[in-house]
Design a protein around this ligand. Structure first.
Ligand code: IVH
Length: 668
């Protein structure tokens, strides 16, 4: 039995959570400036939902009515004309597990046994409703609170992806999501940074902020995108399924996502969810889960809805990959460019199957913004391959109490310098042993020359024994065999392997060397561009880089960075020495043939050469490589033991080829 005291405590906890989440909702929906990352929001929201369910008897209906779990906390702003929606624009209920999806299906089964599903990515943008009369766009409205939205027609007509006229002449209302492509978001933040303006938190808020600008010109400049996924009153347009709806929207020129799938069973849904987990990392728009919709429209009305969401669709959210733990220690490290990164050593915690003991804190500004310090209880996020990151305090601190700025390089003890923006700190000492070490590690890494026998451990061993100090020493290791043999752990065989793999660099494409050199701002992508222009390493020293200014890949900053790097005597000598030792690498011909032009390939199973061999072969002949099968895939190159990709390709009628077939296709 709960005492009155206990009940009051629980009620207070719930009211506090409601207030906290409502404030977050306001910042997110109405100010376009989120206060916490989505993951923290989800954790707290679910906590509130569970508490409200468990202790429902402690509250009257009236008391729960305004909880953020029951109503949409977005308001239509006064800046735009308010318009009432013809049909409410609802939200979606969420599922975090297959069990919850099963419950959603069980509910449908109560009214029919003849149904299927249509699955789509859940686009992380803001919803929009667009109305056409007699084939002309007449009005566009934001969701607002779901009942009343803002008239943003003037802005939406500036979006090049939205058709202003369509061939369909009936009155039509279509709904979808306005978003900012990740690449456009990055460009925008780069530009805002250059103009010393505040950067935007994420693509979703950037899109929301942009769509609700009063200056329509900005919409044009920022290149907002949209996907449409819903037709209001579909039956009136003779649309009987969600799949037909997708086709209808496509036919009339609306932008739609391609990552959609028809499904019959929970197993099909599970497979989509599994595949999309990887696929979502490769697409140029942000998603926050997948939407599973009942395909057959005729049952929608019968299924009905709550005030907040319909029963014909559900949003599946991937596990948030967030855990809580304590920061044991904060320390700074220095990278190959001298950039200082703050890191946290953590009380080890398991996040989606792996044990996490360290996380990044980015820069000092990040620590200050989140008010982080040693011994704090924090949320940690780990998603995909990304380094785990501390994303916030579990409960806020009232007073400012954060870790202090590091003033001196922890390795060479030189005074650190602030970047122009003040956001970053650098060690500017060229001779800093840590910068040298990091440069060597990068030189041999995958993004550099990819010398797989020269990992961090061997580099540290050679550094400690003064066998290497800069990249040229790596190519000279072949003259130090006797010294190498004296090292513990080094047998003749492993030394031979190291020397062979270093020698093999002679046959590598030029861009790998350019990227290996750690020229500031030149990563793999730009290294490929530079390589395609200079053609061989010796041209790096005499090429006129200023002529590249007309290419959009490259700007002033990048050109100046290359020019200043080359004009440093040490770097010049390094390049000359590399060339003299026989490593004057050349640009590979970009493409040998165009026999595979515009054909998309997926590779699976065990083949006669490493997968990278086939990837390069396909790309050199004009083909494209994708990691997962979709209806757009042209060929599946399948080796032995091919698994689910083969099954899927069969299902989608995709041509399956062997490596022999591939060789024939390119005339080998
Ligand atoms: S269908 C309930 N499909 O997610 C109305 N919604 O959290 C039917 N969203 O309000 C929505 N991608 O703004 C649907 N492929 C998709 C979506 C999607 C994103 C948004 C939509 C909705 C919100 C719910």
């Amino acid at each position: 039995m709960n005492s009155n005291n206990d009940i009051e405590k629980i009620r207070k906890e719930i009211f506090d959570l409601q207030a906290k989440i409502s404030a977050w909702d306001n910042a997110y929906y109405n100010l376009d400036s989120p206060e916490v990352p989505d993951e923290i929001y989800d954790v707290e929201f679910n906590k509130l939902k569970a508490l409200e369910e468990k202790y429902a008897s402690f509250f009257s209906d009236e008391e729960l009515k305004n909880s953020p779990t029951r109503k949409i906390n977005a308001l239509a702003s006064d800046l735009f004309k308010k318009v009432k929606h013809k049909r409410p624009m609802l939200s979606l209920n969420k599922a975090y597990s297959l069990d919850e999806i099963q419950k959603f299906i069980d509910n449908i089964k109560k009214i029919t046994s003849d149904f299927s599903f249509f699955i789509e990515p859940k686009i992380d943008g803001l919803s929009i409703s667009i109305i056409y009369e007699d084939g002309k766009l007449v009005r566009a409205i934001t969701r607002g609170d779901g009942i009343t939205g803002e008239d943003v027609t003037a802005n939406v007509v500036q979006m090049s992806c939205i058709p202003k006229t369509i061939e369909y002449k009936e009155s039509l209302e279509v709904r979808g999501e306005v978003y900012l492509a990740i690449s456009d978001f990055e460009k925008l933040n780069l530009k805002l940074g250059q103009e010393n303006k505040n950067k935007l938190a994420n693509p979703r808020n950037a899109a929301a902020g942009t769509l609700r600008q009063l200056n329509s010109q900005i919409i044009k400049e920022r290149n907002l995108s949209a996907f449409l996924y819903y037709v209001v009153d579909p039956l009136q347009h003779n649309i009987k399924t969600m799949q037909e709806e997708h086709e209808f929207l496509k036919t009339y020129g609306f932008p739609v996502t391609h990552e959609v799938q028809h499904a019959n069973t929970l197993q099909d849904i599970e497979e989509y969810i599994r595949n999309f987990k990887n696929q979502k990392l490769l697409i140029d728009y942000e998603t926050d889960g997948v939407v599973i919709k009942l395909n057959e429209v005729q049952y929608f009305d019968k299924l009905g809805s709550t005030a907040k969401f319909p029963h014909y669709a559900i949003a599946f959210k991937y596990e948030p990959n967030v855990e809580t733990t304590t920061i044991k220690r904060i320390y700074a490290t220095v990278g190959r460019t001298g950039l200082v990164t703050y890191n946290a050593e953590l009380e080890p915690v398991e996040i989606s199957g792996s044990l996490v003991s360290f996380a990044t804190l980015n820069n000092f500004q990040y620590i200050k913004d989140l008010n982080l310090n040693e011994n704090d209880l924090v949320y940690i996020k780990k998603a995909g391959e990304i380094i785990p990151c501390v994303i916030g305090l579990i409960s806020g601190k009232k007073e400012i109490d954060h870790f202090q700025k590091v003033e001196f390089c922890p390795y060479c003890h030189n005074k650190l310098v602030d970047s122009e923006t003040g956001l970053e700190q650098f060690c500017s000492n060229d001779q800093c042993p840590e910068i040298q070490r990091r440069k060597l590690i990068h030189f041999c890494s995958k993004d550099g020359l990819d010398i797989n026998t020269m990992g961090e451990r061997n580099i540290d061993l050679f550094l400690k024994n003064s066998l290497i100090s800069n990249p040229i020493d790596i190519f000279n290791l072949k003259n130090k065999k006797q010294d190498l043999l004296k090292l513990n752990r080094m047998g003749e065989k492993s030394i031979e392997n190291i020397l062979i793999s270093i020698d093999e660099c002679k046959n590598k494409p030029l861009y790998k060397m350019i990227s290996a050199l750690s020229i500031p701002l030149i990563g793999v992508k730009l290294a490929k561009f530079v390589a395609s222009k200079i053609k061989s390493l010796h041209n790096l020293l005499n090429y006129d880089f200023s002529q590249l200014i007309d290419y959009h890949e490259i700007g002033d900053k990048i050109i100046n960075s290359i020019i200043s790097w080359i004009s440093n005597d040490f770097n010049k000598k390094l390049v000359e020495d590399i060339i003299n030792l026989g490593y004057d690498l050349k640009d590979e011909n970009e493409s040998i043939t165009n026999l595979l032009e515009n054909k998309s390939f997926v590779i699976t199973g065990t083949l006669g050469h490493p997968r990278s061999y086939f990837e390069r072969l396909i790309e050199k002949n004009g083909g494209l490589i994708h990691s997962s099968i979709s209806s757009k895939t042209n060929y599946l190159l399948a080796g032995e033991n091919a698994g689910s990709k083969l099954q899927k390709a069969n299902k989608l009628n995709i041509t399956i080829i062997t490596e022999e077939d591939l060789f024939k296709m390119i005339g080998q």
